[in-house]
Ligand binder design. Structure first.
Ligand SMILES: *Cc1c(COP(=O)(O)O)cnc(C)c1O
Length: 341
């Protein structure tokens, strides 16, 4: 397969139109057979459910080339399952998980020329999503839906080297205790835009959201889950039913326990405890782990001992091990790295 002539190492994280995408429509209670198409345009009613009442969910994952030249995706079964759960919460029909996996393979296969070569640090980002497509004006779920997956090549996350982030404790809330914080839906992002623009204007990279009910426990940043390392070398991540269950974070907990022999647990983490942590990172598909150097709580600075120039030692080990598993230099647990043939 001849690759596209793209400067992979200097790509950013932006949309670049690729040649093929997958589309399936839901009508009269059933999904059609689905198709790979060159048509990148969506044509829907001006009154489509998604446009009026934001009935839409999505996923994010990546395809890449391993050290031995295989094209693979990482744990796509978990994306399929999470999207099914997101859809159910918004009263949308589930796109069957086996068909989701098949569609992912079809899109990657069709766009193989856009899968960056091993060593470039770039990946082919995949965006499965689904939305209510027929007219809805009285508030109710749509009757018709469209499921799509497009692919877009994205550059290495740590381009100029690793730079630990400075984040602030946000006065805005992200998710209500029994709301929709645990599903991957655009609605959780629309309401976060003001908070992130404001954070950037104040010189911060990200927001740390607290639990909305008591504002005492750490939740997440709105696009990534937190991972902390305690001073005695234990890995801890926040437990809450209003954060998005990050596949990267769940994988890192398993890596900590099974590959690094560390104690790892998911539990409530009071903001008060953060000043005693040794390391902090943000987990998500894009970066795997992005180190946090400083957390600012209304003028009070919490400086992580790992500092502002590099990843903390345990964060680094976690990062190296998971990326090694993904790239094929370290043996992966069964089913984690799925080859596109
Ligand atoms: C997608 C997402 C994450 C990261 O999840 P991964 O599966 O690791 O990519 C974290 N928080 C939110 C709100 C997200 O939407």
């Amino acid at each position: 397969m001849e690759k596209k002539n793209i400067d992979w190492a200097n790509l950013g994280f932006g949309y670049i139109k690729t040649d093929y995408r997958y589309v399936s429509n839901y009508k009269n209670g059933a999904w059609d057979e689905g198709v790979i198409t060159e048509d990148d345009k969506v044509v829907i009613s001006e009154c489509a459910g998604v446009l009026q009442y934001a009935q839409t969910v999505f996923e994010g994952m990546k395809a890449y080339t391993t050290t031995d030249g295989r094209t693979v995706v990482f744990r796509p079964d978990l994306n399929a399952k999470r999207m099914a759960e997101s859809a159910a919460r918004l009263e949308m029909p589930v796109f069957p998980e086996d068909r989701f996996l098949d569609a992912v393979k079809q899109v990657v296969k069709a766009n193989e020329a856009y899968v960056p070569p091993f060593g470039s640090g770039a990946t082919l980002y995949l965006r499965p999503y689904m939305f209510g497509s027929n007219p809805v004006i009285g508030v109710k779920p749509a009757d018709e839906y469209q499921f799509r997956i497009f692919a877009t090549p994205v550059g290495p996350y740590f381009k100029g080297g690793v730079k630990p982030l400075t984040i602030r404790v946000s006065d805005f809330d992200r998710a209500a205790p029994n709301g929709t914080g645990h599903i991957k839906a655009g609605l959780n992002y629309a309401m976060s835009l003001h908070a992130i623009v404001d954070a950037h204007n104040q010189g911060y990279d990200e927001n740390m959201y607290l639990d909305a009910a008591t504002r005492t426990y750490v939740e997440e940043t709105g696009g990534a889950n937190f991972l902390f390392v305690t001073k005695d070398g234990k890995v801890v991540t926040p437990k809450s039913n209003s954060i998005l269950p990050s596949i990267t974070r769940r994988s890192l907990i398993q890596v900590a326990q099974e590959y690094l022999g560390l104690e790892a647990e998911e539990r409530e983490i009071p903001l008060e405890e953060v000043k005693d942590m040794a390391e902090c990172g943000l987990c998500g598909t894009a970066a795997v782990i992005s180190p946090v150097g400083k957390i600012v709580d209304h003028g009070k600075e919490i400086c992580l001992p790992s500092g502002m120039t590099e990843m903390g030692p345990i964060t680094k080990k976690l990062y190296d091990t998971l990326t090694g598993i993904q790239m094929g230099t370290i043996k992966a647990p069964e089913g984690w790295v799925v080859e596109i043939k």
